[in-house]
Design a protein around this ligand. Structure first.
Ligand SMILES: C[S@@+](CC[C@H](N)C(=O)[O-])C[C@H]1O[C@@H](n2cnc3c(N)ncnc32)[C@H](O)[C@@H]1O
Length: 217
Protein backbone atom coordinates (compact mmCIF):
# COMPACT_ATOMS: atom_id res chain seq x y z
CA UNK A 1 0.00 0.00 0.00
CA UNK A 2 1.23 3.48 -0.83
CA UNK A 3 2.40 5.65 2.04
CA UNK A 4 1.50 9.28 2.33
CA UNK A 5 4.42 11.66 2.33
CA UNK A 6 4.39 12.99 5.84
CA UNK A 7 2.60 16.31 5.93
CA UNK A 8 0.84 17.79 8.95
CA UNK A 9 -2.90 17.01 9.05
CA UNK A 10 -3.59 20.74 9.00
CA UNK A 11 -2.27 20.81 5.42
CA UNK A 12 -4.33 17.80 4.32
CA UNK A 13 -7.53 18.78 6.14
CA UNK A 14 -8.86 21.22 3.47
CA UNK A 15 -9.07 18.27 1.04
CA UNK A 16 -10.71 15.77 3.37
CA UNK A 17 -14.47 15.35 3.79
CA UNK A 18 -15.47 13.53 6.97
CA UNK A 19 -17.83 10.56 6.48
CA UNK A 20 -18.43 7.22 8.21
CA UNK A 21 -16.23 4.32 7.06
CA UNK A 22 -17.27 0.63 6.81
CA UNK A 23 -14.50 -0.29 9.25
CA UNK A 24 -15.65 2.21 11.88
CA UNK A 25 -17.46 0.74 14.90
CA UNK A 26 -20.66 2.73 14.33
CA UNK A 27 -20.86 1.98 10.58
CA UNK A 28 -24.04 -0.14 10.74
CA UNK A 29 -25.90 2.53 12.63
CA UNK A 30 -24.55 5.51 10.63
CA UNK A 31 -24.89 3.84 7.22
CA UNK A 32 -28.64 3.40 7.64
CA UNK A 33 -29.18 6.93 6.40
CA UNK A 34 -27.58 8.60 3.38
CA UNK A 35 -24.88 11.23 4.01
CA UNK A 36 -26.23 14.27 2.16
CA UNK A 37 -23.67 16.14 0.09
CA UNK A 38 -24.20 19.72 -0.91
CA UNK A 39 -21.85 20.81 -3.69
CA UNK A 40 -21.82 24.53 -3.06
CA UNK A 41 -21.09 24.00 0.65
CA UNK A 42 -18.38 21.44 -0.13
CA UNK A 43 -16.56 23.47 -2.80
CA UNK A 44 -17.63 27.03 -1.99
CA UNK A 45 -18.84 27.61 -5.55
CA UNK A 46 -21.37 26.31 -8.09
CA UNK A 47 -19.00 24.95 -10.71
CA UNK A 48 -19.58 21.60 -12.45
CA UNK A 49 -18.81 18.52 -10.38
CA UNK A 50 -17.14 15.29 -11.51
CA UNK A 51 -16.65 12.20 -9.34
CA UNK A 52 -13.89 9.61 -9.47
CA UNK A 53 -14.67 6.36 -7.68
CA UNK A 54 -11.76 4.26 -6.39
CA UNK A 55 -9.02 6.76 -7.27
CA UNK A 56 -6.18 4.71 -5.75
CA UNK A 57 -2.96 6.73 -5.88
CA UNK A 58 -4.87 9.70 -7.30
CA UNK A 59 -2.88 10.10 -10.51
CA UNK A 60 -5.90 10.81 -12.74
CA UNK A 61 -7.61 12.98 -10.13
CA UNK A 62 -4.59 15.23 -9.59
CA UNK A 63 -3.90 15.57 -13.33
CA UNK A 64 -7.55 16.25 -14.21
CA UNK A 65 -7.98 18.84 -11.45
CA UNK A 66 -4.77 20.57 -12.45
CA UNK A 67 -5.77 20.61 -16.14
CA UNK A 68 -9.37 21.75 -15.52
CA UNK A 69 -9.32 24.23 -12.62
CA UNK A 70 -12.92 25.38 -13.23
CA UNK A 71 -14.31 21.90 -12.52
CA UNK A 72 -14.82 20.55 -8.98
CA UNK A 73 -13.66 16.97 -8.43
CA UNK A 74 -14.85 14.64 -5.68
CA UNK A 75 -12.72 11.54 -5.17
CA UNK A 76 -14.16 8.56 -3.29
CA UNK A 77 -11.71 5.90 -2.11
CA UNK A 78 -12.17 3.25 0.56
CA UNK A 79 -8.48 2.88 1.55
CA UNK A 80 -7.25 5.64 3.85
CA UNK A 81 -3.53 5.50 2.92
CA UNK A 82 -4.48 6.32 -0.69
CA UNK A 83 -6.68 9.18 0.46
CA UNK A 84 -3.84 10.66 2.53
CA UNK A 85 -1.33 10.13 -0.27
CA UNK A 86 -3.56 11.96 -2.75
CA UNK A 87 -4.33 14.75 -0.27
CA UNK A 88 -0.56 15.20 0.19
CA UNK A 89 -0.08 15.46 -3.59
CA UNK A 90 -2.88 18.02 -3.87
CA UNK A 91 -1.50 20.02 -0.99
CA UNK A 92 2.03 19.98 -2.38
CA UNK A 93 0.75 21.43 -5.67
CA UNK A 94 -1.83 23.67 -3.95
CA UNK A 95 -4.63 22.34 -6.19
CA UNK A 96 -7.83 23.77 -4.72
CA UNK A 97 -10.67 22.10 -6.71
CA UNK A 98 -10.66 18.60 -5.21
CA UNK A 99 -12.29 17.04 -2.15
CA UNK A 100 -11.64 13.47 -1.01
CA UNK A 101 -13.90 11.13 0.95
CA UNK A 102 -12.67 7.91 2.52
CA UNK A 103 -15.60 5.52 2.48
CA UNK A 104 -17.57 2.99 0.43
CA UNK A 105 -18.69 4.73 -2.76
CA UNK A 106 -21.70 2.39 -3.06
CA UNK A 107 -23.09 3.95 0.09
CA UNK A 108 -21.92 7.55 -0.42
CA UNK A 109 -23.60 7.91 -3.81
CA UNK A 110 -26.95 7.57 -2.00
CA UNK A 111 -26.34 11.05 -0.54
CA UNK A 112 -25.41 12.69 -3.84
CA UNK A 113 -28.19 14.92 -5.19
CA UNK A 114 -29.98 13.59 -8.29
CA UNK A 115 -29.07 15.11 -11.68
CA UNK A 116 -26.13 17.03 -10.20
CA UNK A 117 -22.94 15.39 -11.52
CA UNK A 118 -21.32 16.22 -14.85
CA UNK A 119 -19.16 13.10 -15.10
CA UNK A 120 -18.32 9.88 -13.26
CA UNK A 121 -14.90 8.25 -13.70
CA UNK A 122 -14.57 4.56 -12.83
CA UNK A 123 -11.16 3.18 -13.70
CA UNK A 124 -9.70 -0.30 -13.20
CA UNK A 125 -12.00 -1.37 -10.40
CA UNK A 126 -11.52 -4.98 -9.33
CA UNK A 127 -13.86 -7.48 -11.03
CA UNK A 128 -14.15 -9.62 -7.86
CA UNK A 129 -15.18 -12.78 -9.73
CA UNK A 130 -14.97 -15.19 -6.81
CA UNK A 131 -18.25 -15.93 -5.08
CA UNK A 132 -16.82 -15.17 -1.62
CA UNK A 133 -15.65 -11.73 -2.82
CA UNK A 134 -18.82 -10.79 -4.62
CA UNK A 135 -20.07 -8.50 -1.87
CA UNK A 136 -17.03 -6.26 -2.50
CA UNK A 137 -18.04 -5.72 -6.13
CA UNK A 138 -18.46 -2.03 -6.95
CA UNK A 139 -20.24 -2.14 -10.28
CA UNK A 140 -23.50 -3.84 -9.35
CA UNK A 141 -26.91 -3.11 -10.87
CA UNK A 142 -27.71 -1.00 -7.82
CA UNK A 143 -24.52 1.05 -8.20
CA UNK A 144 -25.15 1.51 -11.93
CA UNK A 145 -28.65 2.75 -11.04
CA UNK A 146 -27.15 5.27 -8.60
CA UNK A 147 -24.78 6.51 -11.31
CA UNK A 148 -27.76 7.03 -13.60
CA UNK A 149 -29.60 8.90 -10.85
CA UNK A 150 -26.79 11.30 -9.87
CA UNK A 151 -25.61 12.19 -13.38
CA UNK A 152 -27.17 15.28 -14.87
CA UNK A 153 -28.91 14.90 -18.24
CA UNK A 154 -26.09 14.79 -20.80
CA UNK A 155 -23.59 13.78 -18.08
CA UNK A 156 -21.09 11.02 -18.88
CA UNK A 157 -19.87 7.89 -17.15
CA UNK A 158 -16.38 6.75 -18.17
CA UNK A 159 -15.48 3.14 -17.50
CA UNK A 160 -12.03 1.68 -18.22
CA UNK A 161 -10.59 -1.75 -17.47
CA UNK A 162 -7.97 -4.19 -18.73
CA UNK A 163 -10.22 -7.26 -18.16
CA UNK A 164 -12.17 -7.89 -21.36
CA UNK A 165 -14.81 -10.21 -19.88
CA UNK A 166 -15.45 -7.76 -17.04
CA UNK A 167 -15.65 -4.96 -19.60
CA UNK A 168 -18.36 -6.74 -21.63
CA UNK A 169 -20.31 -7.74 -18.53
CA UNK A 170 -20.18 -4.21 -17.08
CA UNK A 171 -21.12 -2.54 -20.37
CA UNK A 172 -24.18 -4.82 -20.55
CA UNK A 173 -25.06 -3.94 -16.98
CA UNK A 174 -24.75 -0.20 -17.64
CA UNK A 175 -26.66 -0.46 -20.92
CA UNK A 176 -29.58 -2.05 -19.02
CA UNK A 177 -30.00 1.16 -17.00
CA UNK A 178 -32.82 3.00 -18.61
CA UNK A 179 -31.24 6.38 -17.81
CA UNK A 180 -27.93 5.57 -19.51
CA UNK A 181 -27.08 5.00 -23.13
CA UNK A 182 -23.82 3.72 -24.51
CA UNK A 183 -22.17 6.54 -26.43
CA UNK A 184 -18.79 5.10 -27.24
CA UNK A 185 -16.87 1.88 -26.86
CA UNK A 186 -13.19 2.09 -27.62
CA UNK A 187 -11.27 -1.14 -27.77
CA UNK A 188 -7.65 -1.04 -26.89
CA UNK A 189 -7.26 2.54 -27.97
CA UNK A 190 -4.31 4.62 -26.96
CA UNK A 191 -5.19 6.73 -23.96
CA UNK A 192 -4.13 10.26 -23.34
CA UNK A 193 -0.92 10.01 -21.31
CA UNK A 194 -1.88 13.08 -19.31
CA UNK A 195 -5.22 11.58 -18.22
CA UNK A 196 -4.02 8.12 -17.25
CA UNK A 197 -4.44 6.42 -13.91
CA UNK A 198 -1.63 4.59 -12.18
CA UNK A 199 -3.06 1.23 -13.30
CA UNK A 200 -3.45 2.30 -16.92
CA UNK A 201 0.15 3.44 -17.07
CA UNK A 202 1.32 0.16 -15.49
CA UNK A 203 -0.78 -2.07 -17.76
CA UNK A 204 0.21 -0.21 -20.91
CA UNK A 205 3.87 -0.65 -20.02
CA UNK A 206 3.14 -4.39 -19.71
CA UNK A 207 1.47 -4.32 -23.15
CA UNK A 208 -2.00 -5.26 -21.90
CA UNK A 209 -5.12 -4.30 -23.86
CA UNK A 210 -7.19 -1.50 -22.35
CA UNK A 211 -10.96 -1.27 -22.86
CA UNK A 212 -12.79 2.01 -22.43
CA UNK A 213 -16.44 3.00 -22.72
CA UNK A 214 -18.45 6.17 -22.31
CA UNK A 215 -22.10 6.14 -21.32
CA UNK A 216 -24.29 9.22 -21.39
CA UNK A 217 -27.44 10.04 -19.47
C1 LIG B 1 -7.51 -1.60 -8.82
S1 LIG B 1 -7.55 -0.10 -7.97
C2 LIG B 1 -7.54 1.13 -9.27
C3 LIG B 1 -7.08 2.47 -8.76
C4 LIG B 1 -7.13 3.61 -9.82
N1 LIG B 1 -8.46 3.83 -10.30
C5 LIG B 1 -6.19 3.32 -10.97
O1 LIG B 1 -6.69 3.04 -12.06
O2 LIG B 1 -4.97 3.40 -10.78
C6 LIG B 1 -9.24 -0.01 -7.42
C7 LIG B 1 -9.43 1.03 -6.32
O3 LIG B 1 -10.82 1.11 -5.98
C8 LIG B 1 -10.93 1.22 -4.57
N2 LIG B 1 -12.27 0.74 -4.20
C9 LIG B 1 -12.72 -0.54 -4.33
N3 LIG B 1 -13.99 -0.63 -3.89
C10 LIG B 1 -14.35 0.62 -3.49
C11 LIG B 1 -15.54 1.16 -2.94
N4 LIG B 1 -16.62 0.39 -2.71
N5 LIG B 1 -15.59 2.47 -2.67
C12 LIG B 1 -14.50 3.26 -2.88
N6 LIG B 1 -13.34 2.81 -3.38
C13 LIG B 1 -13.27 1.51 -3.69
C14 LIG B 1 -9.78 0.37 -4.05
O4 LIG B 1 -9.42 0.67 -2.73
C15 LIG B 1 -8.68 0.68 -5.05
O5 LIG B 1 -7.90 1.80 -4.65
Amino acid sequence: MARARRLPMTELAPYLVAAPHPRSPRWRELAKAPWPLDWSTLFGNDRPVEIEVGFGKGMFLVQAARARPTVNFLGIEIERPYVLLTAARLSKEQIPNVRLVCTDARWLLGGVPADSVHAMHIYFTDPWWKKRHRKRKLLTAEFAGQCGRVLMPGGALYFVTDVSEYFSETCELLARQELLRRAEVLGSSAGDEAGMTHFERKYRTEGRAIHRARFVK
